[in-house]
Design a protein around this ligand. Sequence first.
Ligand code: NCD
Length: 303
Amino acid sequence: MTHDWSGGLTSISDLDRTDVLKLFKLVDNCIKGKYEKIGLGRVIGLLFFEPSTRTRLSFEVAAHKIGAYPLVVHDPSTLSISKGESMEDTLRILGNYCDILILRHKDPKTIRKAIRYAGVPVINAGSGSVEHPTQSLIDIYTVYKFRGNPDGLTFGIMGDLKHSRAVHSLIMLLTKFDNVKLKLISPKGLELDEPFRKSIESEIVLEEISDIRSIISELDVLYIVRLQKERFKENYEKYISSYSISPEILKKCKEDLLILAPLPRTWELPPSIDSLPQAKYFQQASFGVPVRMAILISILRAL
Ligand code: NCD
């Protein structure tokens, strides 16, 4: 069943392969400048309770490009939540003022509240460590641009897999394609959580690897995420610099390997990689605007 965009985009599991490929055609057109100013007279609310550079600013630019007005809450501590107003009421009020609400919050339950109380389509711009659907669309759009459909490709996903919402959504999206192989590389203690692992195990071939050097030559895509230190309940310090990539490790990689990252980066992805032809993460970030334009257009068309 194709996705009903009038409900927004709250989980990547809402989309099937056809929805994704259809969206990518729309992204191609946005890049070519072939899009309608369907946003004229519309307001796009951006409510971010966690820090963001790429997601917030690219949605803001995307809204402008399609003719809409982005209503941005720049500092959530200035909202009346600080006077004791409930999240539910805040979402009701934001929903009154905008046609689409884009939300980022550390508590995954807040997305459910937004769906219930805002009364407008909601886009999940990051829900705790659980999901980041629009990021995974940017990730796979980058693969599609350079290599076509991800069918049959081998992905290495490296880093803090336990806490990264970008990784969770990416893996969920990859299960929708055929014969994708996953090699998961993380320090002990930062592996995928057991319940999540179990939920995808029957849908995708995966292998947990302790040393990236042993499989680097097999990879078509290497996706690297930072240590999500803000998600730790216990001390994260022991994991600092516990994994990273280097030009030396990459000596054995395929010529057409794609090195991707949702960014921001810390020590795991040093600037010494940036000049390698395989480094595509800044191009990937540039696709944030057209991918998010295509998402907004799809929703506005469905209203
Ligand atoms: C990611 C996020 O917020 O989850 N960033 C982003 O949206 N590009 C990844 C991260 O913060 O590590």
